[in-house]
Design a protein around this ligand. Structure first.
Ligand SMILES: Cc1cc2nc3c(=O)[nH]c(=O)nc-3n(C[C@H](O)[C@H](O)[C@H](O)COP(=O)(O)OP(=O)(O)OC[C@H]3O[C@@H](n4cnc5c(N)ncnc54)[C@H](O)[C@@H]3O)c2cc1C
Ligand code: SF4
Ligand code: SF4
Length: 467
């Protein structure tokens, strides 16, 4: 067996697993499809229940991962194909997407991003902020090297139009047509822009694999009774994290998307899509009760005069210090908890009308809110089935990877030497994710060390025969 591991996905689960293995002296190939590592944790403001700054506790680990001598990091990359040899080792083909920037030459100075004249909606900012066409995910990105979003780049699109004959090959003066813009290339001090870059393929051989591809959130478009994603001041939990984050589009000021005003009444709706078999999410998303309490507390800390309401079915706060944290939201920060479901949300003037019931007092409730935050369900990545198929791992009925034995071997898959960790297996918070990632890493290390022990024993036996 090759004593090298592959980790797919570099959120906090993948990072933790990779560091544990690398720090034990074994090589790790870490593949992340985004331009930089950190996953959803890089989007969070502060973390429950300690209210630590998420970026501050994550950055030392992303930096260590980025420069670790035992970690070969492929960002902006995905697994293209997998083959197993007769020893059960994996030969993995990795596709690195064209970034149109030579990362070996780029110093990460950021001049190109400054000079690029075009902005587009940023998925990292959950649509409430923008980014340039040449971009890094955040100022703390590891690696701190930009990529060009080809679909929106004027130069690449006009270059391809000329090459494909979609526009005249000569301009009005009869000169050969030239691609437009090119500001990033003009201003880059190191000449790192590389227009002819294409996807690159790499092959790596490994003896064990950890899948840590994480989670997505249930799309608001599938919640028509909550506006279907069309009401600007109805946002999801990750978007609210970006409003709270100092590195976010409002520099940590809570301003509502529609008009940039501070929202004085905010309604949080738990279980938005979760525990709803009709929508295909019969399970509890496990983290929403806690992050909603956190967000309501942080909202009150920033806007003292504001009022937060939380609609909940029941509060599930199972964790060390978690129950106390929710109580703190109610008792110290005056968050009003209303037990019941929200039946409908709609826009009226500059308000969002929230209609629900308080099942404790048996009353209908109507709140004219300035902002509504939906704790949308944690769902598996849409691409999980493809990854699962590549490695021969089954998924459960909800689309999360399936463990060989949920009780006693929760990180081992049914495919030999393929392990799993984090929210790719189901909803969980950061401490549980990290513990599970260390568990998966320990399983991989045990495999490698067992092989060494067997080899040493065989060698000792041979030497004994020789004597
Ligand atoms: C609104 C909100 C607030 C939260 N607040 C807290 C909090 O305060 N405290 C707390 O403990 N938890 C919190 N959480 C939960 C926390 O986000 C998760 O526990 C944690 O981020 C899970 O990490 P992960 O590595 O499993 O997944 P992810 O963060 O999703 O990382 C997975 C990584 O894999 C990559 N990837 C996916 N597919 C592929 C592929 N095919 N190939 C290569 N790479 C791939 C992704 O790009 C990503 O980088 C919150 C969650 C939400 C939604
Ligand atoms: S060519 Fe222009 S649009 Fe394209 S990334 Fe460079 S500066 Fe931005
Ligand atoms: S200007 Fe050039 S060197 Fe600086 S970040 Fe952009 S591509 Fe890299």
């Amino acid at each position: 067996m090759i004593e090298r591991a592959l980790v797919v996905g570099a959120g906090i689960a993948g990072i933790q697993a990779a560091l544990d293995i690398a720090n034990s002296g074994y090589e790790v190939v870490l593949v992340e499809r985004e331009p930089s590592i950190g996953g959803h944790m890089a989007q969070l403001s502060e973390t429950f229940p300690t209210l630590d700054c998420s970026q501050c506790i994550l950055t030392p680990r992303t930096v260590e991962t980025g420069k670790h001598e035992n970690i070969r990091l492929y960002t902006y990359s995905e697994i293209d194909s997998v083959q197993r040899d007769e020893n059960g080792d994996f030969c993995v083909r990795i596709r690195r997407k064209a970034a149109y920037v030579d990362w070996d030459i780029c110093t990460g100075c950021g001049v190109c991003q400054e000079k690029c004249p075009f902005k587009v909606e940023s998925l990292f900012e959950r649509g409430i902020g923008t980014r340039k066409v040449i971009y890094t995910l955040s100022p703390q990105a590891v690696p701190n090297k930009p990529v060009i979003d080809a679909e929106n780049c004027r130069y690449l699109q006009s270059k391809w139009d000329i090459e494909a004959g979609r526009v005249p090959a000569v301009d009005a003066k009869g000169n050969p047509a030239k691609p437009k813009c090119g500001a990033c290339e003009k201003f880059c001090p190191t000449g790192a822009i590389q227009w002819d870059q294409s996807d690159t393929f790499y092959e790596e051989k490994v003896g064990a694999v950890i899948l840590a591809t994480g989670y997505d959130l249930f799309p608001q478009s599938r919640l028509p009774e909550y506006g279907g994603g069309k009401i600007p001041d109805v946002i999801d939990g990750l978007a609210f994290e970006r409003l709270l984050a100092a590195s976010g589009p409002t520099a940590g000021k809570i301003l509502r998307p529609s008009d940039g005003k501070p929202p004085l009444e905010v309604v949080f709706v738990q279980c938005s899509g979760s525990r709803d078999p009709e929508r295909g999410v019969p399970y509890c998303s496990k983290i929403c009760c806690m992050y909603t309490a956190k967000q309501a507390i942080l909202y009150k800390h920033r806007l003292h005069e504001g009022q937060a309401y939380v609609f909940y079915i029941d509060v599930r706060a199972g964790g060390k210090g978690y129950e106390e944290f929710v109580n703190r939201a109610m008792e110290e920060d005056g968050v009003i908890y209303l037990r019941g479901k929200v039946s409908k949300l709609f826009r009226e003037g500059d308000k969002v009308i929230v209609k629900g019931v308080d099942t404790l007092s048996n009353r209908t409730v109507e709140i004219a809110a300035d902002l509504v935050v939906l704790a949308t369900a944690v769902i598996p990545r849409l691409t999980n089935p493809q990854v699962a198929e590549l490695f021969g791992v089954p998924c459960d009925e909800n689309g999360f990877y399936c463990a060989a034995n949920e009780e006693l071997d929760p990180v081992l898959s049914l495919a030999p030497r393929v392990f799993m960790a984090g929210t790719a297996l189901g909803p969980k918070d950061i401490p549980e994710t990290v513990a599970q990632a260390s568990g998966a890493a320990a399983k991989v290390l045990a495999l490698f060390q067992k092989q060494r022990r067997v080899y040493k024993e065989a060698q000792a036996a041979l030497e004994a025969v020789g004597d």
